[in-house]
Write a protein of this length. Structure first.
Length: 115
């Protein structure tokens, strides 16, 4: 593993995600998934996420440390099933993983998370 969290490759991210059963199940079920986004969390972004309108659960319980966590979004090829996970780079674990189902109604897309 690289010393710098920003240098994690897609392959290394997948390897860490395999340690979490929910993430592993998602990747097996939707083997056509892609990493759609990856965000290094800073102290401010964790605090903001904890107080945000959506997906507060992703940020709850995280230590307020810069460059410790990487938030990763996976999406299947059809774009209707996703996974949001947080990688703890300090111990190479996945403390958070949430499935996301995207529902389209009247041309609009709404996200709903499931643990």
């Amino acid at each position: 593993m690289p010393e710098d969290i920003s240098k994690l490759t897609g392959q290394q991210i997948v390897s860490i995600l395999q340690k979490n059963q929910d993430a592993k199940n998602y990747m097996q079920k939707y083997s056509d998934f892609k990493i759609s986004a990856k965000t290094i969390l800073a102290r401010e972004s964790i605090l903001s996420g904890q107080q945000g309108q959506n997906f507060k659960e992703v940020y709850q319980g995280l230590e307020l440390e810069d460059n410790r966590y990487l938030k990763v979004d996976l999406m299947n090829a059809s774009g209707d099933r996703g996974l949001t996970a947080v990688i703890d780079y300090k111990d190479k674990s996945v403390p958070k993983a949430f499935g996301i189902i995207l529902i389209k109604t009247n041309g609009q897309t709404a996200g709903q998370s499931a643990n």
